[in-house]
Design a protein around this ligand. Structure first.
Ligand SMILES: Cc1cc2nc3c(=O)[nH]c(=O)nc-3n(C[C@H](O)[C@H](O)[C@H](O)COP(=O)(O)O)c2cc1C
Length: 301
């Protein structure tokens, strides 16, 4: 019987729900799905305080890992497929997931394994996935599929609802604001991707898996969001190094710079990015070809 190793890190439970939905057709088809949680040695808070939230910025962006608890790999040594469910933090893989991919035992485990990644985020997944591709290339794991589930609210609306969720624990719809996170309908619908994965596993052929997943809209590529994300990622790169010059995680000396970053972020989001987007849409007709090419690159494995 084929076996699937399903790794996940989640603070809110959303990541596990997504993974379970994707894995349900695999379990129904008789595959043994073994879930393995990624647990940081020191937990990240949920809900977050504002200070703790921004404290995670430099390490997230620079891929500086945290230590994770050892994962028993003995019962999944013979897994035919590995699925990793993760999330973006500051346009990068979350710190525990960076810890996972940089852990020596995990790197050794992933060598030669077929891997599918699943990102459950607000709406920015491109740069995080590029980093995951880099980690997999380092460990010798073979990326055969990628699925992204995201919040469909407009960008500036989901910034508010995600903050309300992550800092105050309020996910539900209230007043004019929609519920935060990936919708329950999208989570349920993710089972269709699991069926496609199950078929590929049965055929022992993952070569066209991503193509088939894309035919089922496993990733929605939004050109305007991709533009904001790539620009933000470059700026975050400079600012995270600037903060790190004042000290490592939780060093009080870096608090002032983190406060500046926090205010800068909201200014950029609500003042600069709408202007940038306007320019992006003006230039859109001249950039169709490069946007099509970028979509192809980012949505492939
Ligand atoms: C510190 C932090 C930073 C985040 N940054 C991003 C981001 O840059 N882009 C994004 O789309 N979502 C971002 N999110 C939302 C997460 O990707 C994720 O959707 C949410 O935290 C719920 O995930 P979980 O329950 O699986 O942990 C961030 C969340 C946290 C906690």
């Amino acid at each position: 019987m084929s076996k699937v190793a399903a790794f996940y890190y989640t603070q809110t439970g959303q990541g596990l729900k997504i993974l379970q939905s994707i894995c349900s057709p695999l379990a129904k088809a008789g595959y043994e799905v073994v879930y393995k949680e990624i647990v940081p040695k020191t937990a990240y808070p949920f809900p977050w305080s504002s200070d703790a939230f921004f404290q995670a910025f430099p390490e997230s962006r620079q891929g500086i890992p945290c230590e994770i608890q050892a994962i028993d790999l003995s019962d999944i040594a013979d897994a035919d497929l590995v699925i990793v469910e993760y999330q973006s933090w500051f346009l990068s893989p979350s710190i525990p997931v960076s810890g996972f991919f940089q852990d020596a035992a995990i790197q050794h485990y992933l060598k030669g394994k077929s891997v599918i990644t699943v990102n459950g985020c607000r709406n920015m997944w491109i740069m995080a996935q590029q980093k995951i591709k880099f980690y997999l290339a380092q460990s010798g794991g073979k990326l055969v599929g990628n699925i992204v589930l995201q919040d469909h609210a407009p960008n500036l609306v989901s910034v508010i609802t995600v903050v309300r969720w992550l800092l105050y624990g309020k996910q539900a719809k209230s007043g004019l604001f929609p519920a935060a996170g990936v919708s329950p309908e999208d989570i349920e619908h993710a089972a269709v991707f699991g069926q496609t994965i199950s078929d590929a596993l049965a055929a022992g052929d993952f070569s066209r898996l991503q193509e088939k997943l894309m035919q089922q809209n496993a990733i929605e590529y939004k050109p305007s969001i991709a533009f904001v994300e790539k620009t933000g990622h470059r700026i975050f790169g400079v600012l995270s190094k600037w903060v790190l010059r004042k000290g490592a995680y939780n060093a009080p000396e870096r608090n002032f710079r983190l406060q500046i970053f926090k205010h800068y972020l909201f200014f950029v989001l609500y003042v600069v990015s709408p202007i940038g987007l306007l320019l992006f849409y003006i230039a859109y007709p001249f950039r169709c070809k490069s946007i099509r090419e970028d979509k192809l690159i980012q949505c492939s494995v």
